[in-house]
Design a protein around this ligand. Sequence first.
Ligand SMILES: Nc1ncnc2c1ncn2[C@@H]1O[C@H](COP(=O)(O)OP(=O)(O)OP(=O)(O)O)[C@@H](O)[C@H]1O
Ligand SMILES: [Mg+2]
Length: 252
Amino acid sequence: MIQIEQVTKRYPAKQREREVIALQEIDLQIEKGDIFGIVGYSGAGKSTLLRLLNGLEKPTSGSIHVNGKKLAVLSDGELRVLRQKIGMIFQHYHLLWSRTVRENVAFPLEIAGKTKREIEQRTEELLRRVGLWERKDAYPSELSGGQKQRVGIARALANDPFLLLCDEATSALDPETTTSILQLIKEINQEMGITVALITHEMSVVDAICNKVAVMETGSIVELGEVKQVFREPQHEVTKRFTEGLGGDHIA
Ligand SMILES: Nc1ncnc2c1ncn2[C@@H]1O[C@H](COP(=O)(O)OP(=O)(O)OP(=O)(O)O)[C@@H](O)[C@H]1O
Ligand SMILES: [Mg+2]
């Protein structure tokens, strides 16, 4: 589904700042049905990688194919259509604070030009799916962190994405809420067949729901493989630090 080949991303030097090499010759494949974990310390290049996947940024060199299409050759219009089929959720939710729960979920459907009736139906279906239909008229400020992320997930699913990108989606949540959100992501993956790429700095998140993992350090992937294998025999120093003291709480 996703092929990343020899991707390098440099941010050019600005007045007082030196050039940053955020990603360096990255090779990565994400297959349909994966819940693919991307782990690394702050500044490793994780968010940059996700932004390249949905075409929000362009690589300096190398190529990215999504569903067999090379991103670099897509027109702006084609890229916009593709991006509607890639959902994204964030650590700080990125909800619209002046809109209700229902209106937040409706937003991407409005942008996609759906009819009022379609929007009403789809919004209800999604809010029921994430367990928030009862709060449809609440504003984000009236919700708990876990509820806000459920709105974020419902919104991300609005246009039937084939891929869900999660950037530290549980980092602001307590452990119990984290488990319930991870459970929801896992269900979405299994029931709707949506492939997931998930950034985290917690190996316990990878342990809970991912089948594959890439460990990043300063712009490079230092370890990559099946989660079970990587956990059993971590090779790289960074991976060893990340996996220390973990004992499988896998969500089936
Ligand atoms: N728009 C930008 N302009 C310049 N440098 C950038 C830009 N975006 C990211 N960087 C730099 O690229 C590197 C990788 O950043 P990135 O945000 O991808 O890291 P990350 O792994 O997501 O970190 P965190 O865990 O803190 O979110 C960092 O050195 C960062 O400062
Ligand atoms: Mg980041």
